[in-house]
Design a protein around this ligand. Structure first.
Ligand SMILES: C[S@@+](CC[C@H](N)C(=O)[O-])C[C@H]1O[C@@H](n2cnc3c(N)ncnc32)[C@H](O)[C@@H]1O
Length: 219
Protein backbone atom coordinates (compact mmCIF):
# COMPACT_ATOMS: atom_id res chain seq x y z
CA UNK A 1 0.00 0.00 0.00
CA UNK A 2 1.47 3.44 -0.94
CA UNK A 3 2.34 5.74 1.91
CA UNK A 4 -0.37 8.42 2.43
CA UNK A 5 2.14 11.21 1.72
CA UNK A 6 2.65 9.84 -1.80
CA UNK A 7 -1.01 9.38 -2.69
CA UNK A 8 -2.59 11.85 -5.09
CA UNK A 9 -4.28 14.81 -3.40
CA UNK A 10 -7.93 14.32 -2.48
CA UNK A 11 -9.53 17.66 -3.23
CA UNK A 12 -12.98 16.10 -2.71
CA UNK A 13 -11.91 15.53 0.90
CA UNK A 14 -11.02 19.22 1.16
CA UNK A 15 -14.37 20.24 -0.37
CA UNK A 16 -16.33 18.10 2.07
CA UNK A 17 -14.35 19.13 5.16
CA UNK A 18 -14.17 22.87 4.39
CA UNK A 19 -17.92 23.10 3.83
CA UNK A 20 -20.48 25.89 4.04
CA UNK A 21 -21.22 25.53 7.74
CA UNK A 22 -17.53 25.57 8.73
CA UNK A 23 -17.04 28.58 6.46
CA UNK A 24 -19.97 30.44 8.04
CA UNK A 25 -18.51 29.87 11.52
CA UNK A 26 -15.23 31.44 10.34
CA UNK A 27 -17.01 34.36 8.65
CA UNK A 28 -18.93 35.09 11.86
CA UNK A 29 -15.74 34.89 13.93
CA UNK A 30 -13.84 37.27 11.63
CA UNK A 31 -16.66 39.81 11.41
CA UNK A 32 -17.16 39.66 15.19
CA UNK A 33 -13.56 39.58 16.45
CA UNK A 34 -11.25 40.36 13.52
CA UNK A 35 -8.14 38.43 12.65
CA UNK A 36 -7.22 35.55 14.95
CA UNK A 37 -3.92 35.58 16.84
CA UNK A 38 -2.03 33.28 14.46
CA UNK A 39 -2.95 35.19 11.32
CA UNK A 40 -2.21 38.49 13.07
CA UNK A 41 1.31 37.26 13.83
CA UNK A 42 1.70 35.92 10.31
CA UNK A 43 1.11 39.35 8.76
CA UNK A 44 3.11 41.29 11.35
CA UNK A 45 6.33 41.23 9.31
CA UNK A 46 4.49 42.45 6.21
CA UNK A 47 2.83 45.25 8.19
CA UNK A 48 6.24 46.46 9.37
CA UNK A 49 8.35 45.85 6.27
CA UNK A 50 6.22 45.90 3.14
CA UNK A 51 6.60 49.57 2.28
CA UNK A 52 4.10 50.47 -0.44
CA UNK A 53 0.93 48.49 -1.17
CA UNK A 54 1.59 44.93 -2.26
CA UNK A 55 -0.03 42.59 -4.72
CA UNK A 56 -1.05 39.45 -2.82
CA UNK A 57 -1.53 35.82 -3.67
CA UNK A 58 -3.41 34.10 -0.85
CA UNK A 59 -3.29 30.35 -1.47
CA UNK A 60 -5.88 28.41 0.51
CA UNK A 61 -6.99 31.73 1.93
CA UNK A 62 -10.16 30.27 3.43
CA UNK A 63 -12.78 32.94 4.09
CA UNK A 64 -10.25 35.62 3.21
CA UNK A 65 -9.50 37.14 6.59
CA UNK A 66 -5.77 37.65 5.85
CA UNK A 67 -6.19 39.29 2.47
CA UNK A 68 -9.09 41.44 3.68
CA UNK A 69 -7.06 42.57 6.67
CA UNK A 70 -4.11 43.54 4.46
CA UNK A 71 -6.43 45.34 2.04
CA UNK A 72 -8.18 47.19 4.88
CA UNK A 73 -4.84 48.32 6.29
CA UNK A 74 -3.69 49.39 2.81
CA UNK A 75 -0.68 47.07 2.95
CA UNK A 76 -2.16 45.33 -0.08
CA UNK A 77 -3.63 46.97 -3.17
CA UNK A 78 -5.17 43.84 -4.67
CA UNK A 79 -5.33 40.13 -4.06
CA UNK A 80 -5.77 36.88 -5.90
CA UNK A 81 -7.09 34.04 -3.79
CA UNK A 82 -6.77 30.45 -4.98
CA UNK A 83 -8.98 28.18 -2.89
CA UNK A 84 -9.82 24.51 -3.23
CA UNK A 85 -13.14 24.85 -1.36
CA UNK A 86 -16.03 26.43 -3.26
CA UNK A 87 -17.91 27.05 0.01
CA UNK A 88 -14.99 29.06 1.38
CA UNK A 89 -14.81 31.15 -1.80
CA UNK A 90 -18.51 32.00 -1.48
CA UNK A 91 -17.96 32.89 2.17
CA UNK A 92 -14.94 35.05 1.33
CA UNK A 93 -16.96 36.88 -1.34
CA UNK A 94 -19.66 37.61 1.23
CA UNK A 95 -17.08 39.23 3.55
CA UNK A 96 -15.75 41.22 0.60
CA UNK A 97 -19.23 42.57 -0.15
CA UNK A 98 -19.79 43.41 3.52
CA UNK A 99 -16.48 45.32 3.68
CA UNK A 100 -16.86 46.92 0.24
CA UNK A 101 -13.61 45.26 -0.89
CA UNK A 102 -14.98 42.62 -3.25
CA UNK A 103 -13.73 44.47 -6.35
CA UNK A 104 -10.12 44.18 -5.12
CA UNK A 105 -9.99 40.36 -4.96
CA UNK A 106 -10.06 37.77 -7.74
CA UNK A 107 -11.00 34.26 -6.73
CA UNK A 108 -9.97 31.07 -8.45
CA UNK A 109 -11.49 27.78 -7.37
CA UNK A 110 -8.62 25.35 -7.90
CA UNK A 111 -5.94 23.15 -6.44
CA UNK A 112 -3.07 25.64 -6.66
CA UNK A 113 -0.43 22.93 -7.09
CA UNK A 114 -2.19 21.83 -10.27
CA UNK A 115 -3.17 25.30 -11.53
CA UNK A 116 -0.18 27.51 -10.78
CA UNK A 117 0.40 28.20 -14.48
CA UNK A 118 -2.90 30.12 -14.54
CA UNK A 119 -1.83 32.46 -11.73
CA UNK A 120 0.37 35.57 -11.98
CA UNK A 121 3.26 36.21 -9.56
CA UNK A 122 2.59 38.57 -6.65
CA UNK A 123 4.71 40.64 -4.26
CA UNK A 124 3.62 38.51 -1.31
CA UNK A 125 2.39 34.92 -1.28
CA UNK A 126 0.55 33.69 1.81
CA UNK A 127 -0.13 30.10 2.89
CA UNK A 128 -1.73 30.28 6.33
CA UNK A 129 -2.34 26.70 7.63
CA UNK A 130 -2.41 25.32 4.10
CA UNK A 131 0.62 23.08 3.54
CA UNK A 132 -0.62 20.87 6.40
CA UNK A 133 -3.83 20.22 4.39
CA UNK A 134 -1.98 18.96 1.34
CA UNK A 135 0.06 15.76 0.96
CA UNK A 136 2.49 16.92 -1.74
CA UNK A 137 4.66 19.59 -0.12
CA UNK A 138 7.09 19.90 -3.02
CA UNK A 139 4.33 20.41 -5.61
CA UNK A 140 2.45 23.02 -3.56
CA UNK A 141 5.28 24.94 -1.93
CA UNK A 142 7.68 25.12 -4.86
CA UNK A 143 4.86 26.39 -7.12
CA UNK A 144 3.95 28.97 -4.45
CA UNK A 145 7.59 30.05 -3.98
CA UNK A 146 7.92 30.58 -7.74
CA UNK A 147 5.15 33.20 -7.52
CA UNK A 148 6.65 35.15 -4.60
CA UNK A 149 8.18 38.40 -5.83
CA UNK A 150 9.24 39.63 -2.39
CA UNK A 151 7.71 37.60 0.46
CA UNK A 152 6.47 34.10 1.16
CA UNK A 153 4.58 33.96 4.48
CA UNK A 154 3.72 30.55 5.92
CA UNK A 155 2.13 29.06 8.98
CA UNK A 156 2.35 25.31 9.56
CA UNK A 157 2.36 22.91 12.52
CA UNK A 158 5.27 23.24 14.95
CA UNK A 159 7.80 20.41 15.20
CA UNK A 160 6.84 19.41 18.76
CA UNK A 161 5.80 16.00 20.05
CA UNK A 162 2.51 17.35 21.42
CA UNK A 163 1.68 18.92 18.05
CA UNK A 164 2.48 15.57 16.39
CA UNK A 165 0.10 13.77 18.77
CA UNK A 166 -2.64 16.40 18.30
CA UNK A 167 -2.53 16.03 14.52
CA UNK A 168 -2.37 12.22 14.66
CA UNK A 169 -5.44 12.17 16.95
CA UNK A 170 -7.23 14.59 14.64
CA UNK A 171 -6.54 12.29 11.66
CA UNK A 172 -7.86 9.35 13.67
CA UNK A 173 -11.03 11.34 14.42
CA UNK A 174 -11.43 12.11 10.68
CA UNK A 175 -10.97 8.44 9.83
CA UNK A 176 -13.58 7.37 12.39
CA UNK A 177 -15.97 10.00 10.98
CA UNK A 178 -15.30 8.50 7.50
CA UNK A 179 -14.13 11.90 6.28
CA UNK A 180 -11.59 11.74 3.43
CA UNK A 181 -9.76 14.88 4.51
CA UNK A 182 -6.40 14.40 6.28
CA UNK A 183 -3.74 16.66 7.75
CA UNK A 184 0.01 16.34 7.04
CA UNK A 185 3.06 17.15 9.14
CA UNK A 186 5.76 18.12 6.67
CA UNK A 187 9.36 18.40 7.78
CA UNK A 188 10.51 21.93 8.57
CA UNK A 189 13.85 21.27 6.93
CA UNK A 190 12.02 20.37 3.69
CA UNK A 191 10.06 23.65 3.91
CA UNK A 192 13.29 25.65 4.34
CA UNK A 193 15.09 23.66 1.63
CA UNK A 194 12.36 24.34 -0.94
CA UNK A 195 12.33 28.06 -0.08
CA UNK A 196 16.16 28.25 -0.28
CA UNK A 197 16.19 26.49 -3.64
CA UNK A 198 13.76 29.14 -4.90
CA UNK A 199 16.00 31.99 -3.71
CA UNK A 200 14.04 32.81 -0.54
CA UNK A 201 15.64 33.26 2.87
CA UNK A 202 13.92 33.27 6.27
CA UNK A 203 13.56 36.79 7.68
CA UNK A 204 11.00 36.32 10.45
CA UNK A 205 9.99 33.42 12.70
CA UNK A 206 7.38 33.23 15.41
CA UNK A 207 5.02 30.73 17.01
CA UNK A 208 1.39 30.82 18.07
CA UNK A 209 -0.06 27.80 19.87
CA UNK A 210 0.27 24.80 17.54
CA UNK A 211 1.66 26.93 14.74
CA UNK A 212 5.07 27.83 13.39
CA UNK A 213 5.17 31.08 11.45
CA UNK A 214 7.98 31.72 8.97
CA UNK A 215 8.28 34.61 6.56
CA UNK A 216 10.79 34.24 3.74
CA UNK A 217 12.02 37.12 1.59
CA UNK A 218 13.66 37.10 -1.80
CA UNK A 219 17.39 37.41 -1.29
C1 LIG B 1 -7.02 25.15 7.51
S1 LIG B 1 -7.69 26.07 6.17
C2 LIG B 1 -6.90 27.61 6.36
C3 LIG B 1 -7.69 28.75 5.78
C4 LIG B 1 -7.05 30.12 6.02
N1 LIG B 1 -5.78 30.22 5.34
C5 LIG B 1 -6.90 30.33 7.50
O1 LIG B 1 -5.79 30.15 8.03
O2 LIG B 1 -7.90 30.65 8.15
C6 LIG B 1 -6.84 25.40 4.75
C7 LIG B 1 -7.40 25.94 3.45
O3 LIG B 1 -6.51 25.60 2.39
C8 LIG B 1 -7.27 25.22 1.26
N2 LIG B 1 -6.37 24.38 0.45
C9 LIG B 1 -5.71 23.27 0.84
N3 LIG B 1 -4.93 22.80 -0.16
C10 LIG B 1 -5.11 23.66 -1.20
C11 LIG B 1 -4.58 23.70 -2.52
N4 LIG B 1 -3.73 22.77 -2.97
N5 LIG B 1 -4.97 24.71 -3.34
C12 LIG B 1 -5.84 25.66 -2.90
N6 LIG B 1 -6.38 25.66 -1.64
C13 LIG B 1 -6.02 24.67 -0.82
C14 LIG B 1 -8.48 24.52 1.85
O4 LIG B 1 -9.56 24.52 0.97
C15 LIG B 1 -8.75 25.37 3.08
O5 LIG B 1 -9.63 26.43 2.84
Amino acid sequence: MPCPCCQPPDIDGIESFFDASRAQTEVDAYLRAGLDARSARLIEHLLNNAGGPLSLLDIGGGVGSVHYELLRREIAASAVAVEASSAYIEAARSIGRELGLDDRVNYLHADFALSADAVDPADAVILDRVICCYPLLEDLLSAAADKAGRFLALSYPRAKWWVFITFKLFNLYLRLKRCNFRTYLHSHSDVHAIAARKGLEPVHADTQGLWQITVFARA
